[in-house]
Design a binder for this molecule. Sequence first.
Ligand SMILES: NC(=O)c1ccc[n+]([C@@H]2O[C@H](COP(=O)([O-])OP(=O)(O)OC[C@H]3O[C@@H](n4cnc5c(N)ncnc54)[C@H](O)[C@@H]3O)[C@@H](O)[C@H]2O)c1
Length: 353
Amino acid sequence: MRQLKVAVIGCGNVAPVHLAAATTNPSAQLIAVCDTKEERAKKASQKYGAPYYTDYNEVLALKPDLIHVCTPHHRHAEITIAAANKGIHTLTEKPMAVTLHDADRMIQAARDQNVTLGVIFQNRYNLSSLAVKEAVTSGALGKVLGGRLFVTWLRDDEYYSKSDWKGTWDMEGGGVLIDQAIHTMDLMQWIMGPIDSLEGSIRNRTHDIIHVEDVAEATVFFKNGAIGSLYACNFYSYDADVFLEVHGENGVARLEKDKAVIRIKGLPEKVVYAEGDREVIGKSYWGVSHKIQIDEFYADVLANRPVKIDGVVGRKALEFVRAIYYSGTHDGELVQFPFAEPKGFTPPSLTRR
Ligand SMILES: NC(=O)c1ccc[n+]([C@@H]2O[C@H](COP(=O)([O-])OP(=O)(O)OC[C@H]3O[C@@H](n4cnc5c(N)ncnc54)[C@H](O)[C@@H]3O)[C@@H](O)[C@H]2O)c1
């Protein structure tokens, strides 16, 4: 069996789920780990048994078949494009980039070099998410009328003080939307269908040490006529269960954290859990499906097949986020999709108010 030579760039919080998948999949051989912080790279090297590097260019020079990008958001584009230019496939963590311009450069580089670009949105693989999607696409829910999304978590000043890149426009690319809510926003637009337009607002209500949004609201108009409501904040008193509900003419399909509840007129209520009997790797609030997406990515690359969540698909969630940033800093202006993000658009610094 042909084995993919893989490397993991960035050995912080999320890296263990990638490293665990890379070292347990028989189709992959981990040939390098890399972090600019040497002690992190060294620790990962000792635990997962691959040499370590502190410069990703040295890793690319080893000619891996594929790299996992687990770095801060502003590095995703640079590393992915450098890899593509050397003929190396990339699986990058969400969000694929900080701006749509960078996302487009990544997509173009992968196309030009004929390599695969995948973006992690592991929650699409949860059995609960799939059940809600199926309730819509099968027609069981009937015409989709509306939807609502709530992500109300807690990321306080202490959380931000521990990171050298979070809570910034240039490195994280924002706050609660681009980091925490993006997963559920991805599910909302995947399940409810393409977005036609939206109006949004963003504020920093509680944080002194960051100048990005800690709360966002939006009214989302879908092409199928449904209207969605979004509320996300990271100053709630705890990490409340993520909530996404789709309302159709025949009933409702709802995700509550890792459980789907589907109620359709005339049918018994259906409950589906995210993991089924799958093995859980990584923190539970990240979901259970990283390994499933990574295994599928390896299999698709080996078979030279398109991947489900490629750059174009991964870009949609970023477009959703960036459109709210634009509307939220332009008096709630209605933003039409596709969102023609002005080149160089960066929201202004948001002080607490
Ligand atoms: N899918 C999920 O559920 C999930 C969960 C957590 C984090 N993430 C994503 O994973 C990515 C990393 O997040 P994290 O929480 O692990 O961050 P982190 O800060 O804990 O780790 C990032 C690591 O990258 C290293 N790094 C920075 N620049 C580098 C470079 N040029 N080359 C090599 N290493 C470099 C840093 O030193 C750090 O150790 C982000 O995109 C984040 O949004 C996804």
